[in-house]
Write a protein that binds this ligand. Structure first.
Ligand SMILES: O=c1ccn([C@@H]2O[C@H](COP(=O)(O)OP(=O)(O)O[C@H]3O[C@H](CO)[C@@H](O)[C@H](O)[C@H]3O)[C@@H](O)[C@H]2O)c(=O)[nH]1
Ligand SMILES: [Mn+2]
Length: 606
């Protein structure tokens, strides 16, 4: 893993220049009050000082950027090539569990979720080391049956991806691409097999889209049947009594095999409503064999020839946690913690990757890239992360900038002391955050399994705050876990975000609420532990403070109107120095924005 500083000197230079200009501007503003309208002057200067502060908080961490590059061949060599200890060259990579959450199949379409699941199952990682869990907070039969359909389509889709190495492995995104599909394709059978798989995918789509209707029809038929039976029974008991019309049968939701669905029913009966139903766990795909299983030639059942390709699929599990009215469900955090406990029994992998149902894997090598950081320095060491909460360390950093180092040898329990060397590694937690085609909504967390077994309070996702992901990440870092921002050449993940105004405003409001909650709680970065680095604190402080800027913005925007009515202005007279400073800070801001756009690699086309 090589590290180098990004060539963004231009950017830094400009930041420093703007900092100087800003200083001049503000000193001038403070020194030259408008004596005719002190109130206006004081208001505007306060706002300007706040804007300056928030801008500085926004820039500070950009002065110290690190870019990291991974080398997947080294990972392969170290963990997947035959050696004395591992003559067969079986993969020694650690297990990863992928958690996907869905809450409402009406808002979050089952087709999108299916595509997400397919992109996960087709990821380039040892099949037996990957397990995928879908948490359904809606407890809906629609999601359940869509997942069953997905598992069956995966038998065609995943071998196709493996054989032809296609990207991205989300069928909707793949078939929707307009680029040359034959680029880099060497196999002769590609076009034929692609056509077949495409047709199969279209049929799959139709099946998924018709599920709501077929579930409704099926349930209606079963319910009518039940009603008839109940009527008959009543007739037999009370002969001659014509109360048959009053027989009431609950409008149940029925599964494919004619049994009652334990989750929520459309009628919302007691024990079958959204916040009140039994827990459901169903393995849709069983855990695979340890050895590769090769497929067969193409025939009526088999769409593509897989004689030389592994056709195993990773484990896929549907989970809908039990819910009872009167208990706080804790939204996504609760769902994730239920998955942590479920997966601990079913696959117990040491790493977790969390995606929302509308995020998907865009780069099939993303998990391997992540592992490069997790397993760096030849050290697979996560058992400690499993049973203890704080990361193992040999040194503690103190002081505002974390420069003071203090050796910590005597603090460890005896049994661990022998492993001191391995414990040097504290790079266990990783956050992959990759903005695909949206503006930063895709946030995925690859984190070491934290355990309920350890008996510690507050393990798992943190409850009680709206933006549980931010708090959970903060708490981990606060305990000293280090994180790495992993940017892959090809976006690791992509996703969708609401684009209609109301949904988007709701989302932004929710995030802002979460930030305010954080800044008024003990999670405020001002109270961070000494294990948090200085710039990290600044970044978290900034994340908590940004919603307050809106207040100052409103005040500042109302000011021209105030000037108009009162005939006063924020400065006594339009002085040349003032205008020059103003011009300088405005121009540098625009130039910085341009530089950042260029640096982020977004083109006008995007
Ligand atoms: O009771 C619930 C509510 C939501 N979710 C799931 O949580 C995820 C995120 O919820 P959503 O309402 O879509 O929020 P977004 O603003 O789109 O999500 C961003 O912001 C959230 C925090 O506010 C984070 O949890 C997400 O990871 C992050 O992508 C979705 O997959 C939901 O299905 C549940 O599982 N149970
Ligand atoms: Mn979402």
């Amino acid at each position: 893993m090589r590290q180098f500083i990004l060539p963004i000197y231009n950017c830094s230079l400009l930041i420093v220049f703007r900092l100087a200009a800003l200083r001049l501007f503000l000193t001038w503003r403070v020194r030259h009050p408008n004596r005719h309208a002190m109130w206006l002057w004081a208001m505007s200067v306060t706002c300007e000082l706040w804007f300056a502060l928030s801008w500085i908080l926004d820039q500070l961490y950009k002065l110290c950027l690190v870019n990291r590059v991974t080398d997947l061949s080294v990972l392969k060599e170290r963990f997947e090539s035959p050696n004395l200890r591992n003559p067969k060259g079986r993969s020694d990579l650690p297990g990863i569990e992928v958690f996907v959450s869905i809450a409402d199949p009406e808002k979050e379409s089952p087709l999108v979720t299916s595509n997400t699941i397919l992109s996960i199952l087709a990821v380039d990682y040892p099949v037996e080391k990957l397990a995928c869990y879908l948490s359904d907070d809606g407890g809906s039969l629609l999601t359940f049956e869509a997942l069953a359909e997905t598992a069956s389509f995966a038998r065609t889709w995943v071998p196709f991806c493996r054989k032809h190495k296609i990207e991205p492995r989300n069928p909707e995104a793949y078939f929707g691409r307009k680029r040359d599909l034959l680029k880099n394709k060497a196999r002769l059978d590609f076009v034929r097999e692609r056509r077949r798989v495409k047709r199969e995918y279209d049929e799959f789509k139709v099946r998924i889209n018709s599920l709501p209707e077929s579930i409704r029809r099926r349930s209606d038929a079963y319910n009518a049947n039940e009603e008839l039976r109940a009527k008959k029974k009543q007739m037999e008991i009370g002969v001659g009594n014509s109360v048959a019309d009053s027989v009431k049968v609950a409008k149940a939701t029925w599964m494919f095999d004619g049994s009652l669905w334990p989750g929520t029913w459309t009628s919302g009966e007691v024990d079958h409503s959204r916040g009140d139903h039994a827990g459901i766990i169903q393995a849709m795909l069983a855990p695979p064999n340890a050895e590769p299983v090769f497929g067969s030639e193409a025939d009526g059942e088999n769409l593509i020839d897989t004689t030389e390709f592994d056709i195993r699929l990773s484990m896929l599990v549907y989970v809908s946690r039990e819910k009872r009215s009167g208990y706080d469900q804790n939204k996504k955090a609760g769902a994730m913690n239920a998955l942590v406990r479920t997966s601990a029994i079913m696959s117990n992998g040491p790493f977790i990757l969390n995606l929302d149902c509308d995020h998907y894997v865009y780069n099939s090598l993303a998990l391997r890239e992540g592992m490069c950081f997790m397993l760096d320095r030849g050290c697979i060491f996560r058992k400690i992360a499993l049973y203890r909460f704080s990361p193992p360390r040999t040194t503690e950093h103190h002081g505002w900038f974390g420069r003071k180092k203090i050796k910590l040898l005597s603090r460890k329990p005896k049994s661990l002391r022998r492993k001191k060397k391995e414990e040097d590694d504290d790079e266990i937690s990783l956050r992959i955050n990759d903005d695909g085609n949206d503006d930063g909504d895709v946030e995925s967390l690859l984190l070491p399994r934290r355990t309920k077994l350890s008996g510690e309070k507050e393990s798992g996702w943190i409850y009680g705050l709206v933006t549980e992901d931010v708090v959970t990440g903060y708490r981990m870092r606060n305990r000293g876990w280090r994180s790495i921002y992993c940017v892959t050449k090809r976006d690791a993940f992509r996703g969708t975000t609401p684009i209609n105004l109301t949904d988007r405003l709701h989302q932004v409001l929710r995030w802002a609420t979460g930030s305010v909650e954080i800044s008024f709680s003990r999670n405020n970065a001002l109270f961070a532990s000494h294990r948090m680095k200085f710039l990290q604190r600044v970044a978290y402080f900034n994340a908590g403070m940004y919603p307050f800027t809106s207040f100052f913005l409103i005040v500042y925007c109302v000011m021209p109107a105030l000037s108009l009515f009162s005939g006063q202005f924020i400065v006594a007279s339009l002085n040349v120095t003032f205008l020059i400073y103003l011009l300088a800070i405005t121009l540098t801001l625009c130039m910085l924005a341009l530089l950042e756009i260029k640096w982020s690699g977004i083109t006008l086309h995007d």
